[in-house]
Design a protein around this ligand. Structure first.
Ligand SMILES: C[S@@+](CC[C@H](N)C(=O)[O-])C[C@H]1O[C@@H](n2cnc3c(N)ncnc32)[C@H](O)[C@@H]1O
Length: 266
């Protein structure tokens, strides 16, 4: 007898076909500088152990893993989309980073393998972010670290943008048909914010460090204002606000969290 079960509308499926066309990176200074800052922070944290072994989960085209490999560590990129892996290999065929097609929630590596496991801008795409964190803890060495970069949809920028838009809509201005930057994108399975980040450790990981990056990313007029200012002044304003964000991850645009295993040696 065949029993047919209807697929649950609430259970998301693994996204195995992510495309470079889904990756929307802005070209204004606020976007260019935040991406640069995230990548630099991730590379610095990933290479804290000289000559260490680093895993970049959901690495996309593997550009961060490739930078890590250039910096003297051994880097492995794990990624669900064949298109992203293929594109990365096409762009940098000589890279020493190894790319493996796999799912974050079930990593094909032995226990206690890596000095650092990193994940940049991807955890909110996963079907089960907590399952990934358990896997990350499992494949990290006992004295290693797990490093997560996640966009904050409760940043000051998102909260201001949300309130201003809602006021405009209440006053009768038409709601645009496109997604506003403060709305969680369709290909995200959770809304990233500080309480969600804090929940990620579960029983296997505890928070070692947490800091923020960038303020006012994508907020109305901010990118074009930074673009219109002379570059030195613009950079100086952005850098000062970034220093503010470092100490206030709840206000910042991006949250970087560093985790250690709860069974780590002292
Ligand atoms: C926004 S992109 C970020 C890529 C890269 N980390 C970066 O910062 O450029 C999200 C990536 O997560 C990957 N992804 C989504 N769900 C995944 C899963 N369950 N396991 C592994 N990779 C996944 C997608 O294929 C995509 O390449």
């Amino acid at each position: 007898m065949t029993v047919e079960t209807a697929p649950s509308p609430t259970t998301p499926e693994f996204d195995l076909t992510y495309s470079i066309d889904d990756f929307l990176a802005g070209t204004t200074r606020d976007s260019v500088w935040i991406y640069e800052a995230i990548e630099n922070a991730m590379v610095d944290l990933a290479t804290e152990v000289p000559g260490g072994l680093v895993l970049d989960v959901a690495c996309g085209t593997g550009k961060v893993a490739m930078r890590i490999a250039e910096g003297g560590c051994a880097a492995v990129g794990a990624e669900a989309s064949q298109e992203m892996i293929g594109l990365g290999r096409y762009i940098q065929p000589e890279s020493g980073a190894v790319m493996v097609r796999s799912i974050a929630e079930s990593l094909p590596f032995p226990d206690s393998t890596f000095d650092r496991v990193i994940c940049q801008g991807s955890l909110d795409h996963f079907v089960d972010g907590h399952a990934f964190m358990r896997e990350a803890a499992r494949v990290t060495k006992p004295d290693g670290r797990v490093v997560i970069a996640l966009a904050n949809f409760e940043s000051l920028s998102c909260r201001l943008g949300r309130n201003v838009d809602r006021l405009k809509w209440r006053l009768g201005r038409p709601r645009p048909p496109w997604r506003r930057y403060w709305e969680t994108p369709e290909d995200h399975n959770v809304k990233g914010d500080l309480p969600y980040v804090r929940s990620l450790g579960g029983e296997v990981l505890e928070l070692d460090r947490c800091f923020g990056l960038s303020m006012f990313w994508l907020m109305f007029g901010w990118g074009s204002l930074l673009d219109r200012l002379p570059e030195g002044l613009s950079r100086s304003v952005w850098t000062r606000l970034n220093a503010y964000a470092n100490r206030r991850p709840w206000h910042s645009d991006m949250i970087i969290s560093v985790w250690r295993r709860t069974d780590a040696p002292n």
